[in-house]
Design a protein around this ligand. Structure first.
Ligand code: NAP
Length: 278
């Protein structure tokens, strides 16, 4: 099943979707699903070459595309890119805050700079994007979709930095839903579960054979796909979700229901029991 089996090809025709971190993985998958329902796409990330490749894939789907490098930690750069995207494609109707960094590290080993980098990209970067897009979202009565993670609401070994950052993202989302509701702007988060063939999975599930074991441990008995998350994003941006704001939509096949210890034991080949005891 593809998105066009459910949503018409012109559902979001004439609308502009801006995706931070849109050059790869889940975020590119989200961008492709928006392209399939007629939206124009603006994408940013740190690597122009990666963005150019993603832009070519989106154009092949028929989308008008604007792709320019910007680090989400640099507010002025992001603001400039958003203004140039507007000049090319028109004002932003949907902002997807997907740029993020991740690596497994114990809290006793991670450097303060490593922790800070993740919080700056995930949390501060999401605020920068929302703040810079505000004038355009105010004009369109648009909506924001933050890409969160299970780490935001469940403690995971080796993920203190990500948990802190993504929990902050979800609280920011709720506060913006309250503060910007009066402008007709909606804000929601998607918390993806383990998504196959992504950088996140490659980094967080390095143990040999982990993928098949993790899939077997998900209640729906499979890993997610980028299209699973893209479809949820299109729904949240669509008129069908016009009364949905301030919510975290968990799309993880039920993975979180079994707890993070099981995940860690399979994915990392260790888990909570590998910590030193006295
Ligand atoms: P990914 O392909 O590495 O996506 C991250 C993107 O963000 C990259 O395109 C990267 O491009 C960009 N980025 C990183 N730092 C940036 C910065 N400072 N400024 C601008 N762009 C930046 O990883 P992914 O696994 O698909 O993850 C995508 C999102 O889904 C993330 O928010 C992640 O937390 C979330 N998520 C993933 C999973 C999973 O299973 N993979 C599960 C739950 C949540 P450059 O390096 O070129 O900048």
């Amino acid at each position: 099943m593809t998105i066009n089996d459910v949503f018409p090809k012109d559902l979001l025709r004439g609308k502009t979707v801006f995706v931070t971190g849109g050059g790869s993985g889940i975020n590119l998958g989200i961008a492709k699903n928006f392209a399939a329902v007629g939206a124009s796409l603006a994408i940013c990330g740190r690597t122009q070459e990666r963005l150019d490749g993603a832009a070519a894939e989106l154009r092949a789907l028929g989308a008008s595309v604007f792709a320019e490098a910007a680090d989400v930690r640099d507010y002025a750069a992001l603001e400039g890119v958003m203004q140039r995207a507007k000049a090319t494609l028109g004002p932003i109707h949907v902002l997807v805050c997907g740029a993020a960094g991740n690596f497994p590290a114990t809290a006793e080993a991670i450097t303060p700079n490593g922790f800070k980098a993740v919080v700056e990209i995930d949390l501060l970067g999401s605020f920068h994007a929302a703040r810079a897009a505000f004038p355009q979202l105010n004009e369109t009565r648009g909506s924001i979709i933050f890409i969160s993670a299970g780490q935001a609401f469940q403690a995971y070994p080796y993920q203190a930095h990500v948990g802190a950052a993504k929990a902050g993202v979800d609280m920011l989302m709720k506060d913006l839903a309250v503060d910007w509701g009066k402008y007709g702007i909606r804000a929601n988060s998607i918390a993806p579960g383990p998504i196959d063939d992504t950088e996140g999975m490659r980094r967080l599930a390095p143990a040999e054979g982990a993928k098949a074991k993790l899939a077997a441990a998900v209640p729906l008995r499979r890993l997610g796909t980028v299209d699973d998350i893209g479809a949820v994003a299109v729904f949240l941006a669509s008129p069908l979700a016009s009364y949905v704001t301030g919510t975290v939509l968990v799309a993880d096949g039920g993975q979180n229901l079994l707890g993070s210890g099981l995940w860690a034991a399979i994915a990392m080949g260790g888990g909570p029991s590998d910590s030193p005891r006295r």
